[in-house]
Design a protein around this ligand. Structure first.
Ligand SMILES: Cc1cc2nc3c(=O)[nH]c(=O)nc-3n(C[C@H](O)[C@H](O)[C@H](O)COP(=O)(O)OP(=O)(O)OC[C@H]3O[C@@H](n4cnc5c(N)ncnc54)[C@H](O)[C@@H]3O)c2cc1C
Length: 425
């Protein structure tokens, strides 16, 4: 198949990375994709380009699966949906909702591709909500030999937990089966002006206030805004964090930015897919002019994490649009940042100035890595390979597995080589 320079995406969504691929491809059949992978020396998949680092990059062939035949098939028992990996959550959500079905959770934006989000361990918030990859029941990928390989949670209990959050290192995912449930309604309310001290002291209570809870702060003003997303079918009524005041007008996570691109608030119920993300599908999410970093820590260390970041507040705030605190339930996926531990996630939406942000990322890591922080794979971090090997318990096993399945390193790139080098992989 000829490479398609016309479709070469020059840069990622944030514009901080120019892809260095020699060729770009958008195959229209799995056979075409298989042939491409078979003949390639270096090949990587790219999704919707929302990652902030060079994980999706390659010097060889960059492949989008968005041109493969569209699959969106609800199982007869209505407990799962089979989707193409290149579809975006927004597209799937609309069709699921029309069929009376829902995904358990979504990230802050529905614009991202399913395969790309799953590959990096993308998550939303909620004490009982795992990352989005935990919804994956089965997947199909083109492996290093160009063969289509099916993996199933039940049938492949050893390989499957390694192959879902896989950083694109095991192959190019063509289709995934996701768990679904009956559709539900969510009412979103923003509560302003909660003292950070109080948030730390009442952490469990604040985050138990609704199905999905996020807190936004700049770490310097000593206050937080708490966004609660309450399932209207919940047995409990929605909680309201003591000491905060319900906002009377719609809010954007970044103070002062108009809320027009945000999902409806003020407690107005609406379908899950139009409330769980902070940002509406039809609009640019977040600020658009930004960089991002995120770290997941053991949930029990939330108050200590808040104290350490508050101490850094005067340094961080001038380079921050906003910071977000979320909770993520433990899962069993090897490279998931919430692997085997309920987690608190500290996210940073930085200004789009890499030279200003780089030393602040180091400062944040000096504060959080000793608490067991694990970085988000799709965002910016500067952990050394040995720090990564220490933070991610199954990284060495993953490196061994990847070497076995892809002995020529077809799916590797410079960044992956670096990340895995601390494991000897
Ligand atoms: C505004 C904004 C908000 C965000 N909010 C959140 C959030 O709420 N929670 C969160 O956790 N993250 C969030 N992120 C990060 C984002 O979810 C991740 O970066 C995610 O990986 C993006 O998916 P993508 O399709 O754009 O992946 P890309 O950036 O295109 O690729 C990421 C990785 O996935 C791999 N990949 C892509 N497609 C395939 C495939 N078919 N087969 C195998 N591997 C593949 C690539 O090789 C690469 O390694 C946000 C990002 C932005 C820009």
């Amino acid at each position: 198949m000829p490479a398609d320079p016309a479709h070469l995406p020059p840069a990622n969504w944030a514009g901080n990375l120019r892809y260095s691929a020699a060729r770009f491809h958008r195959p229209t059949s799995v056979e075409e994709l298989s042939a491409l992978v078979r003949s390639a020396a270096r090949v990587r998949a790219v999704g919707s380009r929302h990652s902030f680092n060079a994980l999706a990059d390659t010097t060889g062939d960059l492949v989008s699966t968005a041109g493969l035949p569209r699959v969106l098939r609800i199982a007869p028992d209505r407990r799962s949906v089979r989707v193409s990996g290149g579809l975006r959550y927004a597209e799937i959500a609309e069709e699921l909702e029309a069929s009376g079905l829902a995904l358990a959770n979504l990230a802050s934006l529905p614009h991202i591709s399913v395969a790309g989000a799953v590959a990096t361990g993308t998550h939303g918030s909620g004490d009982r909500n795992q990352g989005l990859a935990s919804a994956v029941l089965a997947l199909e990928l083109v492996d290093a030999d160009g063969k289509l390989r099916a993996l199933d949670r039940e049938a492949d209990p050893d390989l499957f937990p390694a192959a879902v959050v896989a950083l694109g290192a095991l192959g190019i995912v063509t289709e995934l089966t996701l768990a679904v449930e009956p559709s539900f309604q969510v009412a979103q309310t923003v509560h302003l002006d909660l003292a950070l001290d109080r948030l730390a002291a009442d952490f469990d209570e604040v985050f138990a206030a609704a199905y999905s809870v996020s807190a936004f702060t700049d770490w310097a003003g000593g206050r937080a805004a708490v966004w609660t997303k309450h399932r209207t079918d919940a047995a409990e009524p929605p909680g309201s964090p003591a000491g905060a005041v319900a906002a009377g007008t719609p809010q954007h996570p970044i103070p002062g930015v108009p809320a027009v691109n945000c999902t409806a608030q003020l407690g107005q119920p609406g379908p899950w897919h139009d409330r769980l993300p902070h940002f509406r599908a039809a609009f640019t999410p977040s600020s658009g002019d930004e960089l991002q970093s995120e770290y997941l820590l053991p949930r029990g260390l939330a108050a200590e994490g808040i104290a350490r970041l508050t101490a850094l507040g005067p340094q961080l705030a001038p380079a921050l649009h906003i910071s977000e605190i979320r909770t993520v339930a433990a899962d069993e996926l090897w490279l998931s940042p919430a692997f085997r531990r309920d987690s608190v996630a500290f996210h940073f939406t930085w200004v789009a100035d890499q030279s200003r942000v780089a030393p602040l990322i180091i400062a944040v890591e000096e504060a959080l890595l000793p608490l067991g922080a694990r970085p988000h794979w799709g965002k910016l971090f500067s952990c050394t390979p040995s720090q990564l090997a220490e933070a991610v318990p199954r990284l060495a096993d993953f490196a061994t597995l990847a070497r076995g399945l892809d002995p020529d390193g077809k799916f590797r790139n410079e960044l992956l080589d670096d990340w895995l080098s601390g494991t000897g992989g």
